[in-house]
Design a protein around this ligand. Sequence first.
Ligand SMILES: Cc1cc2nc3c(=O)[nH]c(=O)nc-3n(C[C@H](O)[C@H](O)[C@H](O)COP(=O)(O)OP(=O)(O)OC[C@H]3O[C@@H](n4cnc5c(N)ncnc54)[C@H](O)[C@@H]3O)c2cc1C
Length: 467
Amino acid sequence: MDPIQTMVSERKESKNVCVIGAGPSGIAVARELRREGHEVVVLEQNHDIGGQWLYDPNVEQEEDPLGRNPWLKVHSSIYQSLRLMSPREITGFTDFPFSVKKDRDPRRFPSHKELLLYLKDFCEWFKVREIIQFNTKVLYVGPLNYGVSSEDLKWVVRSKEKKSDEEVEQVFDAVVVATGHYSSPRLPCIQGMDKWRRRQMHSHIYRSPEPFRGEIVVVVGNSFSGQEISLELVKVVKELHLSSKSLDIYEGLSKVVSKYENFHLRPQIDNLQEDGSVVFTDGSRIIADTVLYCTGYNYSFPFLDTKGIVVVDDNRVGPLYEHTFPPSLAPSLSLVGIPKRILGLPFFEYQGKWIAELLSGKKVLPSCEEMMKSIEEFYDSREAAGIHKRHTHEIGDFEYIEKYGELAGFRKLEEWRKELCVSSIINYFVNLETCRDSWYDDEKLREALQSPYFTQLVGVDLEDVSF
Ligand SMILES: Cc1cc2nc3c(=O)[nH]c(=O)nc-3n(C[C@H](O)[C@H](O)[C@H](O)COP(=O)(O)OP(=O)(O)OC[C@H]3O[C@@H](n4cnc5c(N)ncnc54)[C@H](O)[C@@H]3O)c2cc1C
């Protein structure tokens, strides 16, 4: 891919910006926009900040089990027992360490509740909460004056307040879409799915293993959620069948399969039959009580009208320059948090600062043609590397993250951050069941905890700090 291009200018303007969503990416971007002097309002459909990390237990009464409604009622797909996959030292924002706090979950891989508390601390520390309008669902975002040059574009945002049901229309100079992409279920097409009368659900709806006690359950998909949910289900169900595209599995999963007698690895499902049979592609069959699809999520922006410019095609959101800007609508429209397999929170800060400086005129994007060319080159390079279109936004590359960070003037990622990220991923694949409670990178961890990143705020009182 071409090096990311950017130019610097002296001009500085303040814009009126709407951020949609108060999950980790929305709050990170809101802070950066405000720091740059923009007027910011964050519209959040839920009653609190946190996005995915705002656990919602009442999902079964609310949502279709397969989550097929484009306007989902429940946003979070987090289940009750979930602990972070990424260790806390590498998870936090670049200037606000995710440190252990008194009377809180002190674990290195804490529960989801601890990350929510950390995000709340961030909002309090940087006074972000005061610019968030809660219980406000965005129903429509579209250009007010489509056809004018991208610098003069303005955006209409129509939203609905939960209590009053009243719809409000506002006009903004810029909109940042920060609505996440782990809510809208991606479902496979399996023959007989529509006729199968027993329980079928997507992991978006899964919360705890108890409702499945004593059942025969088929989990479809052996990526992260498929493996993790299987691991807790196997302890209560009669039989657990994990159906996967490939039976070529990592050491960690292989240890689990040999440890639990009721854990069976299966190939893909060929068809589902009305009598409850699940037939696999190798011809084997079982009668199951539940099929649980852990088959991932789709990008979905049901509120966004870009006049057909931004489309989601086989889970590629495009065209987006650096996974962020639709060239002909940039920089007044941006989408954040689209990349996957990245260090999320730091990346969201990078995106926020770059967007803020582009909107203020401090930085300038390349021409629309150059941005389109860069996107095409990126697609070509992915295709040449044999990467399927639906994995367009899976980055998994520190170099890219750092290059992106440079745009906004961030320092390179600390070496320990990268090393701890790699060691925790390796530990996950080798020791799936135990990786959150025992690890082999203590030396690096010590180095991290002694670095200025962790020691900078020791003894600082929130009241004494102004931002
Ligand atoms: C099971 C699971 C495990 C994960 N584990 C990890 C982990 O260990 N470490 C890690 O770093 N990441 C993990 N993630 C990824 C996680 O999604 C990100 O950490 C992070 O939540 C992404 O932030 P976001 O703000 O982009 O999106 P989200 O957290 O999804 O937040 C989006 C926000 O937008 C709001 N919104 C959506 N639509 C509208 C609308 N129309 N109007 C108004 N508001 C709207 C939502 O209510 C929500 O608050 C995990 C995700 C899942 C599902």
